[in-house]
Design a protein around this ligand. Structure first.
Ligand code: GLT
Ligand code: MN
Ligand code: MN
Length: 388
C-alpha cells in the first residue's frame, strides 16, 4: 500500500454538501460557485471516492416541482452510472428552512413536527430509490437557546415518537434501511438534545425497534464536547451500533470546523483508524468535512484527496505499529497475566467469589510495578513521525 490510492473497497464517501460547500459562514458570503449534483459526482469520481451521500435538498431543491425532481433524479442516476459511484447513505435537511427554526421532530409546533415526518418519509423514498442502505438523522435544530420554552422530557418523547413512526414506515415499505443517529453538542443552536454518541446509545435502547437504529459518530462533534472520539466509537462498536461514521477534524472546544481528516489531531486520527482497522469495521468511511474557505476548486479536490490519502497513510502506520517488535514486546509486558490467579475471577460463582476473597495480594508490589507508557507512546509518536 505504498501509493495510498483510494479503492472502492476502502468505502470512502463524501456528502454532496462537503465538496459542494461554497464557503459561506456566519460572517461571510459564499466564496465558491455552486456545483450541480452531477458535477459533484464527477468531481468525486475524479478524486477516487467510492460513494456520494446527500440530504434530500442537496439533490432536489425544497421548492422543486415534481417534473424538476424527476429530471434531477434522472440526471443524477445517469452520473452515477457513468462514474460507477454509489449512494450508500442519505439524510434529510431538517435545519435550513425557517420552518425548522425551533427544531423539527422536537418542535413545539405540532404542524412542524408533522411536516418533518412527511419530509423525512419522502426523503427516505428518494434515498432508497438511489440505493441508500443507511439513513442518517442529525438533529441540527433539535435543541434550545433557552429551556424556558421546551421541556426536555417532551422533546425526548417527541423525538422517540418520530423515530418509532419512521421505523414502522421503513418496515411497512419493506425497505432494507437502517437508521444512524448523529450527535452534536451545540451549533447551530445553543444546546442540542442528545449531545453525544453515548447519549444516543442510551436513547436507542428506548425505541420500539432498537435493532434498526445505530449511530453515526462524528469526530468533530465529540471533540467539540472535549471527548475522546475513539472511545465513543469503541463504545458504539461494542454495542453493535456503529452503522456509519463521519470523519473530519477539529480543534478542541471550537465551533464545528469540519476540517480535512487528519489535519489537526494526527494522534487521535491514528488511534481511530487503528481501531476501525483492528476491529474490521466494514462500513463506509464518510468524510463529513469541507475545504477551507480560502480554497478554490483545485484546492477542494486537494482537500478531498487529502482526507482519503491521510486515512490510508494512517492505516499503513497502524500496520507498522502492529508489526513493530519493540512496541509489541512492551504491550506484552504491560498486559502480563499472573499464573497464580488460575483463571480467577472468571464468571461469578459462590466458589470463585470465595477463592477471590481468600487470595493474598501484594498491594505494595502492585503499586510499584513499572508501566512503560512513556516508552510506548514515544515509539507511537516515532511511528507517526516516520522514523520507525
Ligand atoms: C451538516 C452537519 C453534519 C451532518 C450532516 C447530515 S449535515 O453538515 O454539520 O455533521 O452529518 O445531516
Ligand atoms: Mn461537523
Ligand atoms: Mn456529520
Amino acid at each position: 500500500m505504498a501509493d495510498y490510492q483510494p479503492q472502492p473497497e476502502h468505502k470512502f464517501t463524501f456528502g454532496l454538501w462537503t465538496v459542494g460547500n461554497m464557503g459561506r459562514d456566519p460572517f461571510g458570503e459564499p466564496v465558491r460557485s455552486a456545483l450541480s449534483p452531477v458535477e459533484i459526482v464527477h468531481l468525486l469520481a475524479e478524486v477516487g471516492a467510492y460513494g456520494v451521500n446527500f440530504h434530500d435538498n442537496d439533490l432536489v431543491p425544497i421548492d422543486a416541482t415534481p417534473a424538476d425532481r424527476d429530471r434531477i433524479v434522472r440526471d443524477f442516476k445517469q452520473a452515477l452510472a457513468d462514474t460507477g459511484l454509489v449512494v450508500p447513505m442519505a439524510t434529510t435537511n431538517l435545519f435550513t428552512d425557517p420552518a425548522f427554526r425551533d427544531g423539527a421532530f422536537t418542535s413545539n409546533d405540532a404542524r412542524v413536527r408533522a411536516y418533518a415526518l412527511q419530509k423525512t418519509m419522502r426523503a427516505i423514498d428518494l434515498g432508497v430509490e438511489l440505493g441508500a442502505k443507511i439513513y442518517v438523522f442529525w438533529g441540527g435544530r433539535e435543541g434550545t437557546e433557552t429551556d424556558a420554552g421546551k421541556d426536555p422530557l417532551d422533546a425526548g418523547k417527541r423525538f422517540r415518537d418520530a423515530l418509532n413512526f419512521l421505523c414502522e414506515y421503513v418496515r411497512d415499505q419493506g425497505y432494507d434501511l437502517k437508521f444512524a443517529l448523529e450527535a452534536k453538542p451545540n451549533e447551530p443552536r445553543g444546546d442540542l438534545y442528545l449531545p453525544t454518541t453515548g447519549a444516543m446509545l442510551g436513547f436507542i435502547a428506548t425505541l420500539d425497534h432498537p435493532e434498526m437504529v445505530g449511530v453515526n459518530p462524528e469526530m468533530a462533534h465529540e471533540h467539540m464536547a472535549g471527548l475522546n472520539f475513539m472511545h465513543a466509537v469503541a463504545q458504539a462498536w461494542d454495542a453493535g451500533k456503529l452503522f456509519h461514521i463521519d470523519l473530519n477534524d477539529q480543534n478542541f472546544a471550537r465551533y464545528d470546523q469540519d476540517f480535512r481528516f487528519g489535519s489537526h489531531n494526527l494522534k487521535q486520527s491514528f488511534f481511530l483508524v487503528k481501531f476501525l482497522e483492528d476491529v474490521g469495521y466494514a462500513g463506509n468511511r464518510h468524510f463529513d468535512a469541507h475545504a477551507y474557505r480560502t480554497a478554490d476548486l483545485e484546492d477542494v479536490k486537494a482537500f478531498a484527496r487529502g482526507c482519503m490519502r491521510t486515512y490510508l497513510i494512517l492505516k499503513d502506520k497502524a500496520a507498522r505499529f502492529g508489526a513493530d517488535a519493540e512496541i509489541q514486546a512492551l504491550l506484552a509486558e504491560i498486559g502480563q497475566a499472573d499464573p497464580n490467579l488460575a483463571g480467577l475471577p472468571g464468571r461469578y460463582s459462590r466458589d470463585t467469589a470465595d477463592a477471590l476473597k481468600a487470595l493474598q495480594f501484594d498491594r505494595g508490589a502492585l503499586g510499584q510495578r513499572g508501566l512503560p507508557y512513556e516508552r510506548l507512546d514515544q515509539l507511537t509518536v516515532e511511528v507517526l513521525l516516520g522514523v520507525r
